[in-house]
Design a protein around this ligand. Structure first.
Ligand SMILES: C[S@@+](CC[C@H](N)C(=O)[O-])C[C@H]1O[C@@H](n2cnc3c(N)ncnc32)[C@H](O)[C@@H]1O
Length: 257
């Protein structure tokens, strides 16, 4: 049986907190411990806590949505979904891997920057990934890059991991360039990052990339990613497309990276 935890949200001040500042209290006996949503290492160490927090309480539906639009995009081509060789960047404890496995893919390689994610995946979803790399994609050693590329990956997924200080553009582009040309790319991003009013380098870059010559866009859909701690819907875009070419360094440079 899955263990349940006592989780409490700081309701009074929650509407003032940015999405990257959100936290909750975990009751352990008579003590409560404050954990930030971004303290993934602490969360993954506790079996089932990530799932209870983001999926049961906050109704996250992003792995399901991104897998769904990837499937419908691939269905528009003459390729079989079951033949995909996927790199799941920011894989965490394997929620997206689980979803992709439900559809069935040929190979699934996970990667995350923290070791706790790999350990939690081994503990909770040991058969989901064919390989899992704990790596910082902004500093990939050539030998590791070569090893990952040797999986002949033709699909990149990144779910709930772009923006808010998580995966930086340099890491995403490195992963994008590892997958083969004409490979599939599916990810999600908070709606505000695609708004013209956001003039940060990250937003400008993501907007440019989605409609660039490096990607054939197949699917762009606004949907409810999850609820905030005070129960408001958080909207994201789910994006799927087909890579046309590697992204050169000069593309990133124009956005200040
Ligand atoms: C909200 S979790 C999403 C996990 C999983 N994709 C899911 O949908 O449940 C974000 C993940 O991105 C990872 N992450 C943050 N920065 C990263 C980076 N620079 N490179 C790779 N992974 C990163 C975190 O460690 C965390 O596991």
């Amino acid at each position: 049986m899955v263990k349940r935890y006592r989780i409490q949200f700081p309701v009074a001040e929650s509407s003032k907190l940015g999405q990257d500042e959100a936290y909750f209290f975990l009751w352990e006996g008579k003590k409560k411990r404050k954990i930030r949503f971004h303290d993934y290492d602490d969360i993954y160490k506790i079996p089932g806590l990530y799932e209870q927090l983001f999926y049961d309480r906050l109704k996250c539906q992003s792995p399901k949505k991104v897998a769904e639009i990837l499937e419908s995009s691939v269905a528009q081509s003459n390729q079989n979904f079951s033949e995909l060789r996927v790199l799941d960047l920011g894989a965490g404890n394997g929620m997206m891997g689980d979803e992709l496995k439900r559809y069935g893919v040929s190979r699934l390689v996970g990667t995350d920057i923290i070791r706790e994610a790999e350990l939690a995946t081994e503990r909770d979803r040991p058969s989901v990934y064919d390989a899992y790399y704990t790596e910082d994609f902004t500093k990939l050693k050539p030998s590791v890059r070569e090893e990952i590329a040797s999986w002949s990956l033709d699909c990149l997924t990144t779910v709930a991991a772009l923006g808010f200080g998580d995966i930086p553009p340099e890491a995403f582009i490195q992963a994008f360039n590892i997958i083969q040309s004409e490979g599939w790319v599916a990810f999600n991003i908070k709606e505000t990052f695609l708004a013209k009013s956001d003039t940060s380098g990250f937003s400008n870059m993501m907007r440019e990339l989605i409609f660039s010559e490096y990607l054939d866009l197949y699917h762009l859909e606004r949907y409810r990613h999850r609820l905030s701690i005070d129960g408001r819907p958080l909207y994201y875009f789910a994006i799927a497309g087909r890579k046309t070419a590697d992204i050169p360094k000069k593309f990133l440079k124009q956005f200040g990276y």
